[in-house]
Design a protein around this ligand. Structure first.
Ligand SMILES: *Cc1c(COP(=O)(O)O)cnc(C)c1O
Length: 341
């Protein structure tokens, strides 16, 4: 098959148009069969609940071309199940797991020429979303939902290589609240945190580290990515918290850390511990791992990468995970699925 004509290694991490996306509508108690369309816009009732009351959640996963030419996705069932949890939490009708997977496969297949060639560092980003599309003016759940999936080819997140970033601990903005919706992937959490991220970038930081909203004592996560660190005695620690999103990348790194002898531990992580860690990173589908070069907390700063290079544990975790995701290494945990043509 002829691939689209792109400068793959220099593709940005942004939206690029592809041929088709898919929409399924839930109405009168059932999902329809889904419609592939070339239309990048969608007609929407102006009283749709997603527009007024934030009934919206999304997912993000990547498809890669393997050396053999198969197209594979990584732990797609986990994304499907997480979308179900997100929908249930904000009282939306969840697309069933099989329908979620079918939808992703149909869109990937309709856009095979946009799956970046193996070895370019690029991938096909898959973005599923569910919205309340039914009209409602009173504050209550919609009676109609739309599940949509689009794909877009994305370049390597780090154009200049695997580069450590500077973060700042955020104490003036809460991303989410105890007993709120921080543990699900809803758009509202992003709206609530945009101002913190923008302010951090204006000050020259890549993003913020959020603390728990109640005591401002424990690390939660960093914007759209989970936080992890390596302790001086060789443990992989990552926050246990009810107000963070369970990252599938993080779950996978925990498994790989174990394999590397890093004794992974999920536990509350006090912000004061940042001064003792030897390495730290953020993780999520987009960048896989973003090594943290420094964290600024009040008037102190800890520097994990004085030479500007990512630490050896972050680098090894990154290499092991991306090798499995792209089919370059064996997949002993059954994480990878070949997209059936
Ligand atoms: C999506 C997301 C992550 C990363 O999750 P992955 O499953 O690894 O992509 C982390 N934190 C938040 C808040 C997110 O929305």
């Amino acid at each position: 098959m002829t691939k689209a004509d792109f400068d793959w290694p220099n593709l940005s991490f942004g939206y690029t148009k592809t041929d088709q996306n898919i929409r399924y509508v839930w109405r009168d108690g059932a999902w329809d069969r889904g419609t592939l369309t070339a239309d990048e816009t969608m007609p929407l009732h102006m009283a749709a609940t997603c527009l007024h009351y934030g009934q919206e959640c999304f997912e993000g996963l990547k498809a890669y071309e393997t050396r053999k030419g198969d197209v594979v996705v990584f732990r797609i069932e986990e994304n499907a199940r997480r979308m179900i949890r997100s929908c249930r939490k904000i009282l939306m009708e969840p697309p069933p797991e099989e329908l979620f997977i079918e939808a992703c496969y149909r869109v990937i297949n309709a856009n095979r020429k946009y799956v970046p060639p193996h070895g370019t560092g690029a991938s096909l980003y898959v973005r599923p979303l569910t919205i309340g599309s039914g009209a409602q003016v009173g504050v209550k759940p919609a009676e109609e939902y739309t599940f949509l999936v689009f794909v877009t080819p994305v370049g390597p997140y780090f154009k200049t290589g695997f580069k450590p970033v500077s973060l700042i601990v955020e104490e003036k903005v809460d991303r989410t609240a105890p007993l709120g919706v921080g543990d699900v992937k809803v758009g509202g959490n992003y709206a609530a945190s945009l101002r913190a991220g923008v302010a951090a970038r204006q000050q020259g930081f890549a993003d913020v580290v959020y603390l728990d909203a109640k005591e401002k004592k424990y690390i939660d996560e960093s914007g759209p990515a989970n936080f992890f660190a390596i302790t001086a005695d060789g443990q992989y620690v990552t926050p246990e918290s009810d107000t963070i999103l369970r990252s599938i990348t993080n779950m996978s790194l925990v498994t790989l850390a174990e394999e590397m002898g890093l004794r992974p531990k999920r536990r509350p992580v006090e912000v004061s511990e940042i001064f003792d860690f030897v390495e730290a990173g953020c993780c999520g589908t987009a960048a896989v791992i973003t090594p943290i070069g420094s964290i600024t907390y009040r008037d102190r700063k800890v520097d994990y990468c004085p030479d500007g290079q990512a630490g050896k544990h972050c680098t090894e975790l990154y290499e092991r995970l991306t090798a499995i995701q792209t089919g370059d290494a064996p997949d002993p945990y059954g994480w990878v699925r070949i997209v059936p043509e």
